[in-house]
Design a protein around this ligand. Structure first.
Ligand code: SF4
Length: 358
């Protein structure tokens, strides 16, 4: 099968059997050097679905190396266990991974699987696509990895590989750029072992076709790659330009009493169920000692978090819904957003044994 490319480069793809040879070269490479992850050793849709939810926006090193996947599977080994868990329990297991809607959607999906599908995850791509938070990528990944059915996938890694394979001179972060990536993905996904091929494609993007340092000399598909052959890999992908970053400041207090720390519930649908340090205004911070500050980024905001110590007596005006939690005992703490957890950790080190240590 030959494929048409927007950039006019068809190379070896245009030869008879060229696409099949590309698929084989990629899969053969993956069979010999592909990494062994727990979700690659199984066809269990639950394990695969959980891993895909975690790996959106998060590196494998975090998901595996910091034990998130293992702990999750121990806490909620089946759809039924997850469906029966409270939102607080689910968010606590997810704590630190960020983008908490992924965890909420996993729980909702588990409830749908139990309620509507008798505990069996649906095998049909279109049905999977209707589950909460599931887009074309996740539906394609689960369909191909769990059921070995032909379904294309496109994520950031795959887009980068394709943009280089075909020296795609248009921005990939536009609707027409997305369409082209998906068209190529559909055209290149094989009928045989599509799950293996998709894993290989993703691993190529993660390990060889790196954003800043593509390793073209050892790449298994270099013979098919326009940018690799022309030595122009770093010119791709072309992007329309990043979103403008908005800078803002956020002031919070660390109020500690009897080894307990004051936290208040987050508001807004994206962060519902999480807890945070109480926010104060510029005026309220005027008489307080600033302990430290650091920057964090969330969506399009770069936030400077300024942490103030509430000395002496507890705050006169506790924020609505605020509670005191045992700071030294993780099992008694609720799920806390990453910047505030970092601030509490820094404070405990900063104070070196003072009340927060419990
Ligand atoms: Fe990426 Fe280079 Fe391989 Fe092309 S040859 S896919 S640019 S690593």
């Amino acid at each position: 099968m030959g494929i048409e490319t927007a950039g006019g480069f068809e190379g070896l793809f245009s030869e008879a059997g060229g696409t099949a040879r590309f698929q084989n070269a990629l899969v053969d490479w993956f069979r010999s050097v592909g990494r062994d992850y727990p979700w690659r050793r199984t066809r269990d849709p639950y394990s695969i679905f959980v891993s895909e939810a975690m790996l959106q926006q998060t590196q494998v090193a975090t998901v595996l190396g910091r034990g998130y996947f293992t702990r999750w599977m121990a806490a909620f080994p089946t759809w039924g266990d997850l469906a029966a868990a409270t939102e607080g329990e689910v968010l606590k297991q997810w704590e630190g991974l960020g983008y908490y809607n992924r965890a909420r959607n996993l729980r909702k999906t588990a409830q749908i699987v139990i309620r509507d599908f008798g505990g069996r995850f649906p095998e049909d791509f279109e049905t999977i696509l209707t589950l909460p938070g599931v887009g074309r990528y996740t539906a394609g990944a689960v369909t191909s990895f769990a059921f070995n059915r032909r379904a294309a996938i496109v994520d950031g890694n795959v887009s980068r590989v394709f943009s280089r394979l075909f020296a795609f001179a248009e921005p990939i972060d536009t609707s027409s750029g997305h369409r082209v990536m998906w068209d190529w993905a559909e055209a290149l996904t094989p009928e045989t072992d599509p799950g293996l091929y998709n894993s290989a494609l993703m691993e190529l993007g993660q390990r060889i076709c790196l954003r800043a340092s593509p390793n073209c000399p050892v790449c298994p598909v270099r013979s098919w790659c326009a940018a690799g052959l022309q030595g122009t890999a770093l010119e791709f992908p072309v992007k329309k330009g990043g979103r403008a970053i908005t800078v803002r400041q956020e002031r919070v207090i660390l109020a500690v009493k009897n080894h307990r720390i004051l936290l208040c519930p987050e508001t807004g649908p994206r962060r519902k169920g999480l807890w945070r340090l109480p926010e104060i205004t510029f005026e309220e911070s005027a008489d307080l000692a600033e302990l430290f500050r650091f920057d964090y980024t969330i969506t399009r905001y770069r936030v400077t978090l300024m942490v103030f110590q509430h000395t002496g007596s507890p705050p006169e005006r506790e924020p609505e819904g605020a509670c005191w939690f045992a700071a030294g005992r993780d099992e008694e703490m609720p799920a806390i957003g990453s910047p505030y957890r970092k601030a509490i950790k820094m404070f405990s080190e900063f104070r070196d044994g003072l009340p927060i240590k419990g």
